[in-house]
Write a protein that binds this ligand. Structure first.
Ligand SMILES: N[C@@H](CCC(=O)N[C@@H](CS)C(=O)NCC(=O)O)C(=O)O
Length: 298
């Protein structure tokens, strides 16, 4: 009976996202804090582009890939999420929302991977034309969707499968203060309801299906040549592949990933990763610890 109910929910949810444009993904989450003036003198006096980066992050890969494709020189600063370096006072001066990536340039900080791409694209000339497609309005809509949709697709996938870093009460308290969207996310996804699991699964499959449909028409997204749209979307798919998402129904997406992995820019910027079984093993232990602490509180 329970299985039948879940199946009905799945069909309902699949039909409600069916036909939805990929650019609608992530509309729940805003990215309105984009560029602001730095106040710290050390940060203000830094020369050139500085990227605050986590090597395991798909959102950071988006910016690294962009910088490498455009040959823009930059200085990388590691922000280790596992060590909660994003919670520290010095990092909050760069991104008050405590998320990576962030970039500083000429006394300003820019946050949100898609907005960093926009900023760099408007600021640096070299390679500009090579990575654009004719319909630039559609191009930027797709670029924005790839970054803005992160919570409801990639992060949601990690949490419904319990391979994301579990959120303990002190983390929750931190997010409540600094990033209300992340706070809401963890409240929902730490123990997701079957409806939320079904919704996430249908969002993911409709997202990958949209890419598959596009890639049936062209070797790259929306175009015959590699562009900013591919730079924006590749990290999401690369990450899902590393995390064992089933891509067997999507042969064109697999072919596209294989092509992009051959690029020099990818070789220079690729994500650090552990084998999936090891991630599962490490995370299982952490989630058990969280459950124990929750049981103690009851
Ligand atoms: N929409 C943002 C998402 C950034 C984001 O969620 N970054 C994750 C790493 S992939 C993060 O910093 N998480 C920190 C945390 O959860 O404490 C972007 O495109 O930059």
């Amino acid at each position: 009976m329970k299985k039948i109910t879940i199946n009905i929910i799945m069909i309902f949810l699949a039909s409600s996202v069916f036909g939805q444009d990929i650019t609608d993904i992530g509309n729940t989450y805003s990215d309105n804090q984009i560029k602001f003036k730095l106040t710290d003198s050390t940060l203000i006096n830094q020369k050139g582009v500085h990227l605050y980066d986590e090597s395991f992050s798909n959102n950071c890969l988006r910016v690294r890939l962009y910088l490498e494709e455009r040959n823009i020189p930059y200085t990388k600063h590691a922000v280790k999420l596992i060590k909660k370096e994003n919670y520290t006072d010095w990092y909050l001066k760069i991104n008050p929302k405590a998320l990576v990536p962030a970039m500083t340039h000429n006394g300003y900080s820019v946050t949100e991977s898609n907005q960093i791409m926009r900023y760099l694209d408007a600021t640096f000339e070299q390679g500009y034309k090579n990575l654009h497609i004719t319909d630039t309005t559609r191009m930027w809509q797709w670029v924005d969707a790839a970054g803005k949709g992160h919570f409801e697709t990639i992060k949601a996938y990690l949490y419904i499968n319990r391979i994301g870093r579990p959120c303990f009460p002190d983390d929750l308290e931190f997010y409540k203060q600094h990033n209300p969207q992340l706070y809401e996310f963890h409240k929902k996804y730490t123990h997701p309801t079957p409806e939320l699991v079904a919704l996430t699964e249908s969002r993911l499959s409709s997202m990958v299906q949209s890419l598959e449909d596009e890639l049936k028409l062209n070797p790259y997204l929306l175009s015959e040549h590699f562009s900013l749209v591919d730079i924006a979307w590749f990290p999401n798919i690369d990450f899902l592949m590393i995390m064992n998402y089933d891509f067997s129904p999507y042969p064109n997406v697999k072919k596209w990933v294989k092509e992009i992995r051959k690029r020099e820019s990818y070789k220079k910027s690729k994500m650090a990763s552990y084998p999936y079984w090891l991630v599962k093993y490490i995370m299982r232990k952490r989630w058990k610890k969280l459950e124990k602490s929750e049981n103690r509180q009851v």
